[in-house]
Design a protein around this ligand. Structure first.
Ligand code: 5GP
Length: 178
């Protein structure tokens, strides 16, 4: 795969489509085993997770539901700065086995702030599944239950992730040339 240019930056191939798909297959298999007799509800966080969520869902040979949300950050009235809230979560979570699907966990701030809002709805269980984890950059405590790849602190695009709006349609992941 050759290097590609998006806007003003050059990116080089990082993880191939084949590798990504095989890792997602492994995650799907683990979820099937862990949720025997249960019907998990996936909550996919848009925009970045749409490809991951779609491929994972297709590879899952198990009864499951999925819904899609967007997270918005707004300036709260209290002094703590920005508050993260979800848009589009219209399924009751009470007594459900919920699995949040993320494209990437970086500092962990998004999930750290958002998960208590889901817990508040008293799901039977709540797990996080992320394709990518920048473990070295994670500063907020987040327990990740399923993760595809641990990656270094480099900016990546492709497979649903963008750089200023572009690159989401790439079937593989690219990293920034440095
Ligand atoms: P966190 O709150 O964990 O720091 O940030 C998570 C969000 O940051 C992700 O959902 C994603 O939108 C964005 N993000 C973090 N690292 C990258 C990256 O390397 N590439 C892209 N495209 N987005 C990233």
């Amino acid at each position: 795969m050759p290097a590609i240019q998006i806007h003003d930056k050059l990116f080089k191939p990082y993880l191939s489509e084949e590798l990504i798909k095989s890792k997602i297959g492994e995650i799907a298999h683990r979820i099937e085993k862990d949720y025997q007799g249960k019907t998990p509800l996936f909550i996919a966080v848009l925009n970045g997770s749409f490809m991951f969520a779609s491929d994972l869902f297709k590879m899952l040979h198990h009864p499951a539901e999925i819904c899609f949300i967007k997270l918005a950050s707004y300036k709260g009235t209290v002094s703590s700065g920005h508050v993260i809230t979800s848009i589009g979560l219209d399924v009751p979570l009470i007594e459900r086995d919920v699995i949040v699907l993320e494209d990437i966990v970086d500092t962990g701030k998004t999930m750290h702030q958002f998960l208590p809002q889901l817990r508040h709805q008293q799901p039977a269980s709540l797990k996080i599944c992320t394709l990518l984890h920048k473990e070295e950059s994670t500063q907020f405590p987040v327990k990740i239950d399923y993760r595809g790849f641990v990656i270094p602190n480099k900016f990546v695009v492709g497979y649903g992730l963008d750089y200023n709006g572009l690159g989401r349609n790439l079937n593989e992941l690219y990293e920034l040339y440095e």
